[in-house]
Structures are given as structure tokens and as C-alpha cells.
Design a protein around this ligand. Structure first.
Ligand code: 5GP
Length: 196
């Protein structure tokens, strides 16, 4: 998606060869107009799949997932990263190792929101090692849903997540596929070496 790649070039910042900061438009400050375009693009990519729910992981997946859900006309469900006193019954959990926090958390689904037979589109901000997406898919499937698509706003294809999900049979799409990056540059799959 050209507008997104352009935004990564102008406002993204590769901290090092592994971590990209996009807090100017996705992780802290949110560019809702860009999120809306992202939602439209995910709709275009997945509309043939008969999606009944969009599922995401708090917190940075919420903005792109909300726009996708709005465009597709189906509800958005948020998977939580911790339990609380108001989230203790009727839940499914799996442990996920966080790429950014370098620690594990309990990814949590409130099961009443995923009925058996539900066709789920999973949306997240980043795809790195695939831990979050694999954990989320496992929860959706344990609840009886089918993951009919996985959409990443940004994937770092030099990390194993993209290949892992494809090998597991998922229909995974990314709107900005990064093949290489380092301090001051980001290179996308279509071989555009650009400053970031
Ligand atoms: P994974 O589970 O695929 O290893 O990592 C995905 C999760 O880690 C995403 O939900 C995202 O929040 C976070 N993440 C992974 N890589 C990056 C990155 O380069 N930048 C930012 N801002 N978040 C990332």
C-alpha cells in the first residue's frame, strides 16, 4: 500500500535492524485518515472470505482493526493481554511472548464473542516472529471459529512470522512488507531502499 509505505519513509524510524518506531501515526499518535485507508485496503483484500468478525490484540491493533470492521460492516473483538476482576469468567487464554516487552503475557479471549462457525479476520499492527498472531489464532480456533485471514499493517519479512503463518496454512497479507532495515533506512519487498 503506497500511502502507508510513504508514511513509513517520512515518519517511521528504524531504531536498529529489528525494531521500527511508527509512534507518529500508529502506536501513539494515530493518523485516523490513514487508518481509514488501511481499513479499506484490508476490506478489498479479504472481502471474498465471508468475514463475520474482525479480531485484534490490544492496544496498537485497535485503530486499524476498527476501521476494517467499520468498512466490512462486522463487529470488532479485542483480545486482552491480561485478566482483571471484570474478565475472569468464560475466557480462553494462551501465553504469548511479547516482541517489544521481552516478556510473556496471557492473551485472553472472552469466548461469548466468538461463536462456533465464526469466520474471523485477524488484524494486528506488526508481524515479527508471529507469536501474537499464532496465539490469537489458537484462541479463536479453540472457541470454534475459523481464521479466514490475517492482516498485518506492517510485516518484517526478515523475521520468521510471515513464513511461519503461511506454513501453518493461513491466508496472510501485509500492507507494507519490509525485507531489510537499519538505522536510517527501510527497504520494502518491492526493492525500494528508502530513508526512514
Ligand atoms: P510478533 O508476535 O509477531 O513477534 O510481534 C508482533 C507484536 O509485537 C505486534 O503486536 C507489535 O505490537 C509488536 N511489534 C513487533 N515488532 C515491532 C516493531 O518493529 N515496532 C513496533 N512498534 N512494534 C512491534
Amino acid at each position: 500500500m503506497e500511502a502507508l509505505k510513504q508514511r513509513i519513509r517520512t515518519s517511521g524510524r528504524a531504531l536498529n535492524s529489528q525494531v521500527l518506531l511508527v509512534d507518529m501515526f500508529l502506536n501513539n499518535q494515530v493518523d485516523c485518515a490513514l487508518m481509514d485507508e488501511i481499513g479499506e485496503e484490508f476490506k478489498r483484500l479479504f472481502e471474498a472470505e465471508g468475514v463475520t468478525k474482525v479480531v485484534t490484540i490490544e492496544s496498537s491493533g485497535i485503530a486499524p482493526a476498527a476501521m476494517t470492521s467499520l468498512r466490512m460492516g462486522v463487529p470488532m473483538i479485542i483480545l486482552k493481554k491480561a485478566t482483571s476482576v471484570i474478565l475472569s469468567d468464560g475466557i480462553l487464554q494462551t501465553e504469548v511472548f511479547s516482541f517489544t516487552k521481552r516478556t510473556s503475557y496471557q492473551l485472553t479471549l472472552k469466548t461469548e464473542f466468538i461463536q462456533p462457525g465464526e469466520r474471523v479476520l485477524l488484524i494486528d499492527d506488526f508481524l515479527a516472529n508471529g507469536e501474537a498472531a499464532m496465539g490469537a489464532s489458537k484462541l479463536i480456533e479453540r472457541a470454534g471459529g475459523k481464521v479466514v485471514g490475517i492482516g498485518a499493517v506492517i510485516s518484517k519479512n526478515f523475521q520468521p512470522g510471515m513464513q511461519r503463518l503461511k506454513e501453518a496454512g493461513y491466508n496472510v497479507k501485509s500492507l507494507a512488507e519490509i525485507v531489510n532495515m537499519g538505522e536510517g533506512f527501510v527497504e520494502f519487498a518491492d526493492n525500494e531502499g528508502e530513508k526512514a
